[in-house]
Structures are given as C-alpha cells and as structure tokens.
Design a protein around this ligand. Sequence first.
Ligand SMILES: Nc1ncnc2c1ncn2[C@@H]1O[C@H](COP(=O)(O)OP(=O)(O)OP(=O)(O)O)[C@@H](O)[C@H]1O
Length: 636
Amino acid sequence: MRLWRRRRTTSVPDDRSGLAAQYWESHDEHLLTATLGTIARRLPSLVAAALRMAGQASPRDTAVALAGNLAAGIFTVFSLVATSDVLASLFAAGPTPDRVWAALPSLLLVAAATGLRGALLAGAGWAQARLKPLVERLAEARLFELTTRVDLAAFDDHDFHNAMRRARDSGVPDTANVVETTIAVVTGAVGVLASVVALGLLHPTLMPLLLVASVPAGWAAVRMARLGYQAFYRLSTARRRKFMLSDLMAERQPAAEVRAFTLRDFLLGQYAKVADLEQDVQLNVARRRAATKAAGDLLTGVATTGVYVALGVLLAVGVIPLSVAGAAVLAIRTGQMSLTALIQTMNRLYEAGLYFGDYLAFCELARERLPSPPAASAPPVESAPFRLLTAENVTFTYPDADRPALSGVSVTVGRGEVIALVGENGSGKTTLAKLLAGLYQPQEGTIRWDGVDLDAFDGDALRRRVSVIAQDHTRWPLTVRENIVMGRPLEEHRLAAASAAAGADEVVARLPDGYDALLDRRFRGGHDLSGGQWQRIAVARGFYRDAALVIFDEPTSALDARAEHSLFERIRGHADDRAIVLITHRLASVRYADRIYVLDGGTIAEQGTHAELMERDGLYAGLYELQASAYHQRVP
Ligand SMILES: Nc1ncnc2c1ncn2[C@@H]1O[C@H](COP(=O)(O)OP(=O)(O)OP(=O)(O)O)[C@@H](O)[C@H]1O
C-alpha cells in the first residue's frame, strides 16, 4: 500500500476545482472495499499477466528470479528439518563433546543449506533488480508506440483520452511494480509453503500451530492496509486541490499573473488549509495504524505463547521429542514472517494490479484504433507525381459530437493551385484541412489523391507528402534547427531557404546561438519567442518539408502587417509545383487564390474566384466588404 504515492498528471485535468472524480482516482473505491478474498481471487490472472510481461522483457532474468526463489524455498525446508537433527544430537544422552561431534554433520548440512539459500536469493534478487527497468522500458515503449500510431480522432474521444492518461500516469510505473510484487508474492508463498512442509515433515500435528501463530499478524497487516486506503480516499479531493495549487504556484505559465494580481498570500493561505487537512488525516491514520500494529504484536505474543504451551503439552505427552519442538519453533517463526510479508505483498500487488489492468486495457483499446493497413493494390504514394486532390461529399462528425462538423463538402485542389478556405469561426475550415491531410477519415464521402482513395495509402507515406502548418502549432522545446527540420534529413541550403521564405531568418539572426538556440526557457540557456516569431518558425517548418500539398491554417494570425504581406507573396510563389490550401480570415490576402471556398456551418456556401464571389454579392462579399470598410473608416 502506498499512501504517500502521488497519482497525478503533468497536464491539467478536466476539473480540478470541482468534486468530480479524477481519472487517477478511478480505483479508490475498489481499494477501499477490497477484502482479502477479493484480492486473492484476482491474483492468479494478475500474476499470469505480470509474468508474461516479465518474460517478454527478459526471459532469462524472469526464469532466474522465479527459479532462485523456488529453490531457496526447498533449502529453507531442508535447513529447518536438518535443524531438528542437530537438536536431536545435541539433546541426546552422553558427554557433551560426543554430542557436538555427533551433531556436526547435520550442523554442516544446515550451514550449507543456509549458505546456498542465501546465494540463491542473492542471484534471484539481482535478476529481479535487472528486470525492473527492462519491464518499465518495455511497458513505456509499447504505450508510446501505440499512442503515436492510433488514429488522430482517438484523441478527441473522451474515454480513450482518459484511459490513456490512466495508463500513462499510473499504469506504466505500476507495471514494473506488479512484476516486482508478483515475484515477492511468489517468494512469500514459497516461504510459507516451506514452513508448512517443514512442520509437516517434523510432525503433522504441528501444521495448525503455524496458522494460530500467524492469524494476528495477518489481521494487523490487512487492517493497516485498509486504514491506508481509507485515508487515501478521504484525501482525494484535498489532493486534487493541492495539485492545482502547486501548479499555480510553481509553474512558469501562471507565474506572471500570480505576481500581477498579487495572488501569493491567497494561494499560500489556500495551500495551508489543504495541507492542514492532509496532515490531520495522515496523523490520525498513523496513530490508528500504530495502535493496530501494537494490538497485532500483542495478539501475536498471546498466540505465540499459546503455541509454545501447545508444543510443551505435545512434548510432555511424548507426541514429539525436544529436538522436533526446537525445530518447530524456528519453522513457526519463519512461517509467521513469511505470511505477514505475503499478505502485505498481496495487498500491494492488488493495488498495483488495478493500475496495471488499466495499462493492459488501454493497450487493447489502442490496438483497436490503429489505422487499417494500406490496400495492397494502391500505388506507393511516393512514386506518383502528384496532380490532383479531391474531396467529394465529405461528411465528418467528431467523436461524441451531436452534429457533423462537415456535411457533404466537395473541394478540389490541383498542382500549382492555391485554394482558400474562408468562413466564420467554427465553420469547419480546420476540420476540412485535417481531412485533406489524411489526419482524420471522413465517415461519408471520399478524398482522392490522384484518383486513389486516401484510405488506400500508407498513412505515414502519405503524410510525408503533405505539410501542415497548424493553427495551434506546437512550440517544440527543441533547438531552432530541430524545430524547422523536424526529423527530416538536414540540408543547410534548404533550411536557409525555408527560413528566409517564412521570415524566420530574422528571428534566428537575433538569437545568440542562431539555429542552435534552444527554444525552452525551462532549460539553462533556453530562449522563448514571441507569438509571431514562433509562427515564423512554424511556417519555416512547413516550407522545409518537400511536400506536394501544403496546408497553411491561419499562418499569419500573429504576424505584423509587413511580415503578413510578404508571407502571402511567398506562399503564392511556393505554389509553383505544389498544391496550397490556405485558411485565413484576412480576406484581402485570398483575392489571388485560384478558388475560394466559403464554409458556413460545415457546408460549402459559396465557391469561385474573388471576382466571381464579389459579383455574387453573398456571404463572402459581405465579409469582404465588412473588413474593407474597417480600413476605410475615418478616425473621428
Ligand atoms: N476536436 C474536436 N472535437 C469536437 N469538436 C470539434 C473539435 N474540433 C473542432 N470541433 C468543432 O467542429 C466545428 C468546426 O471546427 P473547426 O475548427 O473546423 O472550425 P474553423 O472554421 O477552423 O474555426 P476557426 O475559424 O475558429 O479556426 C466547430 O463547431 C468546433 O466546435
């Protein structure tokens, strides 16, 4: 049980201030109500899954860890039974030196068995230690292989997203714990079994004594675990609030506003309230756990006395000899310790197992959401010289949305053309661009690349021929060079050309390390850029990719007027041997587009050249004139 362990995420959960349960609390209820029976029932499947994972991470280390522990158990039995021979020789009649000589062979056997047991446990421990990082790595690599391949639409699915966060934040770390604890459970079980077998070999009537001696310690272990879970559960809301406060007080982003609004005392006051509550609950649980432990120890003492009395009686009535009674005391103590350890590790395994279960379930879920393999009949997208991209009657609804973001949309863009998508906020421009780029698949209609359905192509190969400069582009915490080249082979002359085309060269010129400047203030020597400077870097990234289709989604929203003007000029120049899809609200800049599609509520309301649309005097003309008139208004 790990009361002190924090389950949290680096991203901000949906509702940190409210009382709604967070994804990392989804199992608290199970933890609270789990009985030893529930735990024991779930263990076999957990142990099997954990061992499978361990076997995949390292078959050799798994085998050594398991075999070492099992063999150590055999030597435990052996040394306990041999101890009785030692005692028999020592307690026999005759002069002491003779008795010691007689005991010597058994004593040597006990020493050898203990030594071998120690060596086996050390070997098994080393294998376990090696296994942990290997399992952690395997679990993490598997997760990221899936999260980077699943359909983009999965990220819009609330359930998928929650499952992913649970798997990433708790499942991955707990995978290694599950494996470690599984082996500890096996070790504990072998220890208990060894003591039981040893007692049975010494005398069958001794076996129930182990049970009597172990019940109080077992009870205390279960009760202490339950107390821990209860505290964990009671503190869940407080913890949620504390995470929120810690982000507000110690993260870079809100740091400026914390100062500007002089929020320090307020935040520290809120923190003190939560911390007081947490402290009270923790002290209370510590007190109750200490009392439980004391009661457990006391009862263990009573039970042990009872066991000794029973042994004395068995001895007195001649059921067992003194040597067997001596060895039985040792076996019972070993068994008691193993049983307590076993119950504690079973508890830990159950808790870790819940999160490990999340991990396994997520991997299954993600596998269902992997893109289907390319059709065997489709030509490789790289081989064909691109000519035309068409969308026909495309309809797309986001997961869980109650109405389509696009319905019955048809657009065409050919090589050497610039098309513009315009329309009011939420009209579907970005969604359409993502469909054209193959990032989302339409539920109805088709998108064809030179006549071949996009679905038929290998997704990655297709995306290598497409460049998307997203509206909400990522500010990669990498160097400028890496931000622009972004995993493509580095060619200095193309880097310089892309930077110049996007105006990023001016940004680079101002950075002391130029292209090597790290764009993340959280690291030593890191820099941050203004919104417009970041946008130029993002646009340079789009130019750098040698793509047949380039999509610019609001590329100038953060640019100053001069940069905006020259960027639109360059975009037009860039269209010579590619197709350009341009999304912008600056209608003056789309006048030169070959075709303008005006979206309204997810449908194409109008389409044509600037002149045609102005002539039509519809939605586009209205929006255009509104913008134009703003520039011509006289300042009073
Ligand atoms: N990931 C998403 N999940 C659910 N709905 C979404 C998602 N992204 C966009 N939408 C919805 O789909 C519709 C179209 O959004 P889209 O981003 O395509 O509009 P847009 O025309 O690009 O808007 P803007 O001009 O504001 O950028 C909107 O109603 C929006 O709320």
